[in-house]
Ligand binder design. Structure first.
Ligand code: TMP
Length: 213
């Protein structure tokens, strides 16, 4: 049985986590233990500790390159301890974010350069890449508005960045989409929630009808 690695991406406020939850509810009965849901930064104990460091408000002074390296370090540990064993065991892995997030947020948002961020992540991932990426697209203004309305108690250090930062993040995502249109499938996340889920289901069905059909 071949494993599948599918990542979910999007700017803050795209509704990615709710979409992922709905898709898990939809496919879990069929896939059972074969479905593994994980997230970045995080997914294993060491990476979850790095997540805490990355989002801790006490670390407001964190240097941008330090931030990029910590995301890459968390990713490395996640690859080795979660993703590779799961894929080797034939699991279907849904990851809430992966390397595209670093390219968009650190490369684009923080302006470290998309290629520089790819380079440190090539060291971290050793070529482990999703076969399919579902990208939930939302204009920055809409995304930020949603965060402020819905998640007031859980806004993180990155959510609080200026609108210009979020514009750069989205632009970088759209560049990634243009560079790799066969891997990355865009869904308009401003549509009603049920339509977003239906579109995501269609993308998954086309990707592997035997599993998601
Ligand atoms: P989320 O769990 O709500 O998706 O939040 C994760 C935050 O971390 C989000 O603002 C995007 C950010 N992030 C990066 O900046 N770089 C990365 O490599 C990853 C995985 C996430």
């Amino acid at each position: 049985m071949k494993g599948h690695f599918i990542s979910f991406e999007g700017p803050d406020g795209a509704g990615k986590t709710s979409v992922l939850k709905a898709l898990v509810d939809k496919f879990q009965p069929r896939l059972g233990q074969r479905l593994l849901v994980t997230r970045e930064p995080g997914g294993d104990p060491l990476s979850e500790q790095l997540r805490k460091l990355l989002f801790d408000d006490r670390n407001r002074g964190m240097d941008d390159r330090t931030e990029a390296l910590l995301f890459a370090a968390a990713r490395r540990q996640h690859v080795v301890s979660v993703l590779e064993p799961a894929l080797a065991a034939g699991k279907v892995v849904f990851s809430d974010r992966y390397v595209d997030s670093s390219v968009a947020y650190q490369g684009g948002g923080r302006q470290l350069g998309e290629q520089a961020v790819w380079d440190i992540n090539a060291f971290a991932t050793q070529g482990v890449m999703p076969e399919l990426t579902i990208y939930l697209d939302v204009p920055s203004e809409v995304g930020i508005q949603r965060i402020l309305q819905k998640r007031q108690n859980q806004v993180n250090r990155l959510d609080r960045e200026a609108l210009s930062f979020h514009h750069r993040v989205r632009k970088a995502y759209l560049r990634l989409l243009a560079q790799d249109p066969s891997r990355i499938q865009k869904i308009d996340a401003t549509q009603p929630f049920d339509k977003v889920i239906a579109d995501a289901g269609d993308v998954l069905r086309q990707f592997d009808p035997a599993i998601f059909g």
